[in-house]
Design a binder for this molecule. Structure first.
Ligand SMILES: Nc1ncnc2c1ncn2[C@@H]1O[C@H](COP(=O)(O)OP(=O)(O)O)[C@@H](O)[C@H]1O
Ligand SMILES: [Mg+2]
Length: 706
């Protein structure tokens, strides 16, 4: 991405040069020139040494020969000529460039080095470069279609970036039918210079754009993206389809978190933190874009449903919960109004069933009652075709009722050709219509989520005072190891970041074991300490509540067990640890795995041995703020267990929250920590305590700061 976030007049040039424009039919150079030539409000200049004129317009042999100032250069020359051409463009002082030509990073090693060279040139001349391997860009306010696709979009306020050029052409035609208009569209191509983050920040401050939508296969710089999107999404909604898998980290994972935190989890967490609404498919992407552009945000999560049939009303009701919505309970006043205006057989409770013989009048009365009820946040009007109801009249009524009212409405006038004209009426009144009640509900769900995103306050993470130098020292013990793993012998690492651990010590002989145990007040736990033993309890390597006169005996037993398991295992000793009262607490897991795109992905869940089976875990990208930590905890289905279930006392959630913030700081501060699992982190009514630890270290990064 570019660092200055200044796209200038990339989308608003006055004069465009097409380098590689030709007269040759069915060539990209011609299609692109023709698209611009046909509609563009400004001037377009062809560059091609083989022609005097392209489509009747005077052509120049190279960019240097054009007497006027060019604001945007589009390059469609063969791959081997691109970089030279780009240099000429840079020399001319032109800042905005789109490279349409393919044959770069997407196509083998020669292409990769060509792209590296291209990036260097773009850097040298500080170019706003789109592509290479891009379909081009569109800017409807100046009637610029700088693509080689056949479609012209409607003018509107949705701006769209896509990593697939094909998808752009496909959706333009389709979006026109749905009355969705665009402001800017860009095909990102290989994202050699400008990427999704640049366009987010450009469109954030651009008055012509009200909704940003994106189709992405990957994100270039995860943390830049999150911090930019956090700000963009406060001002306008961003909806994204993210497809494709990112390459998993090349190293083998050896932690629970590593097993569970894949790139999908990282994306999910990042988009949530960034406030980006995620759509699972292109249809949903446009459903969300449409409703977000057209409808006001709801005041609350509660939905009023009016229908002339039971079935679709139930379908809508069923979909509410999954969309983060609920069925509104009406005010007494509303119930009275409904009671006096509906026949006895209808249901005046939500969903309101006006019955199959309902005409316009019944619908009108219900909708007017619901729109005036402050307990109703949004309204869905559902209807199946009936002989006593005109869809067109109902559509007009809905548009009329919503005028000047700040309450979102969507409709499901179900049908095919019968509904066509009504849909046009609804479209002109900005009310989205869906065949399927579930889609209507999901769209309202997106509106509702966006209200939360807009309202939420983001405070940067707290910084605790810690002993980082000591932490790095502790990690450096890995240098003398045959692998890059550390276990409980690195427990003190947690203490340097203020995370509480039980009293304890690692000892190398039974005498010392007895001595250490005598200094511990509570019950005693003993564990084998060996870098070759990943799961200590699997080999009987953890002994809880050891009788004080059995310490010597148990010491010997632990060593024997380790030897039996692996005769040449490195044994660092036996850990003598104070026992935590697990019965009053909850065993949780707190972990981190480093993602290639987003960096440290935090995982929190209920711990112990079932973590992989239950998979009740939540993810965030570190560093995280206190409120994000609390959200992360509340995301767990099992979070009520922490608040006291089945007669248990609630645990100290504040202590847990602080522990998680400190953990987040640790993994953000020290990039040498590749994976880190605290399992269990026991949270009791008193405090959160780390009982066991496992981590892997990147020795090469030990010397570096984050
Ligand atoms: N100090 C302790 N206090 C209470 N329970 C403990 C303690 N240490 C271990 N345990 C119990 O033993 C289990 C396994 O111990 P742990 O140190 O996590 O080893 P591992 O995960 O390698 O098997 C823990 O999940 C916990 O239930
Ligand atoms: Mg453990």
């Amino acid at each position: 991405m570019k660092t200055d976030h200044q796209l200038g007049d990339l989308f608003y040039p006055e004069r465009v040069a097409v380098i590689g424009a030709t007269n040759r039919k069915e060539s990209i150079g011609r299609a692109l020139f023709e698209n611009i030539f046909n509609d563009f409000e400004g001037e377009v200049v062809p560059i091609n040494p083989n022609y005097d004129k392209v489509l009747g317009v005077k052509s120049y042999p190279d960019i240097d020969s054009v007497p006027e100032k060019i604001d945007l250069a589009i390059i469609v020359v063969p791959p081997r000529l691109v970089n030279n051409t780009l240099r000429q463009v840079g020399e001319e002082g032109i800042k905005n460039v789109v490279v349409i030509t393919a044959g770069f990073g997407e196509s083998g090693s020669k292409g990769v080095s060509r792209e590296t060279e291209l990036r260097k040139i773009a850097d040298e001349y500080n170019l706003n470069l789109v592509g290479p391997n891009s379909l081009g860009l569109l800017s409807t306010s100046v009637k610029l279609n700088a693509t080689f696709g056949p479609e012209k979009p409607l003018e509107g306020s949705v701006s769209f970036m896509s990593q697939s050029g094909a998808l752009i052409t496909a959706v333009l035609d389709w979006a026109r039918d749905r009355g969705i208009g665009f402001h800017n569209i860009v095909s990102l191509g290989n994202k050699a210079v400008l990427d999704e983050t640049d366009f987010l920040s450009a469109w954030e401050n651009e008055s012509g754009t009200s909704v940003i939508i994106a189709y992405l296969e990957g994100i270039e710089d995860g943390s830049e993206f999150i911090s930019t999107a956090r700000s963009t999404t406060k001002r306008k909604p961003v909806v994204m389809v993210k497809s494709g898998r990112t390459e998993a980290a090349a190293r083998a994972v050896s932690s629970h978190t590593g097993t569970l935190a894949g790139s999908e989890q990282a994306y999910q967490a990042a988009l949530k933190q960034a406030g980006v609404l995620r759509a699972n498919n292109v249809e949903t992407l446009f459903d969300f874009a449409e409703v977000l552009r057209k409808q006001p945000l709801p005041q609350n999560n509660e939905v009023g449903i009016v229908t002339n049939a039971g079935g679709p009303g139930i379908m809508a009701t069923d979909a509410l919960e999954g969309a983060g919505l609920s069925l509104a309970s009406f005010s007494d006043e509303t119930l009275m109004k409904l009671d006096s205006s509906l026949p006895n057989e209808s249901s005046i409770y939500n969903p309101v069933d006006v019955l199959g013989d309902a005409g316009l009048d019944r619908y009108r009365k219900v909708i007017l009652a619901l729109i005036d009820d402050p307990q109703v946040g949004a309204i869905i009007t559902i209807s199946y075709p009936s002989a006593v109801l005109s869809y067109d009249e109902l559509a007009k009524e809905l548009v009329e009722v919503q005028k000047n009212r700040e309450k979102p409405m969507v409709s499901c006038l179900m049908g095919g050709s019968r509904v066509k004209f009504a849909v046009d009426i609804l479209q002109s009144g900005d009310i989205p219509n869906y065949f399927d009640p579930e889609r209507a509900v999901k769209s309202l769900g997106a509106l509702n989520r966006y209200r939360d995103i807009k309202e939420r306050e983001y405070y940067p993470p707290e910084t605790f005072s810690v002993n980082k130098t000591r932490a790095l020292e502790i990690l450096s013990q890995v240098e003398t190891r045959k692998n890059n793993r550390l276990g409980v012998e690195a427990m003190d690492l947690l203490e340097t970041y203020g995370i509480s651990i039980p009293k304890g010590e690692i000892v190398e002989d039974p005498e010392r074991a007895t001595e250490v145990a005598s200094n511990i007040e509570g019950k005693i736990v003993m564990k084998i300490v060996s870098p070759d033993i990943l799961h200590k309890s699997d080999i009987g390597g953890v002994k809880v509540n050891v009788a004080r006169d059995k310490i010597r005996e148990e010491y010997e037993d632990l060593i024997v067990r380790a030897r039996n398991y692996q005769p040449d295992a490195t044994i660092l000793g036996v850990q003598i640890q104070e026992m935590t009262d697990i019965d009053t607490g909850v065993e949780t897991i707190l972990g981190m795995n480093r993602d290639p795109q987003f960096g440290p992905v935090l995982m929190f869940g209920l711990g112990g041995i079932f973590v992989e089976v239950l998979e009740d875990v939540s993810f965030r990208i570190a560093p995280i703020s206190e409120s994000e930590v609390r959200e992360m905890i509340n995301d767990l289905k099992s979070s009520p267990l922490l608040r006291g279930a089945r007669g248990k006392k609630p645990v100290n959630i504040d202590s847990l929250v602080e522990t998680m913030q400190r953990f987040s700081q640790l993994v953000s501060d020290i990039p040498a920590v590749l994976e880190l699992d605290i399992n269990p982190l026991v949270v009791t009514p008193e405090e959160a305590k780390a009982i066991d630890l496992r981590l892997t270290v990147d020795e090469e990064r030990l010397g570096y700061e984050s």
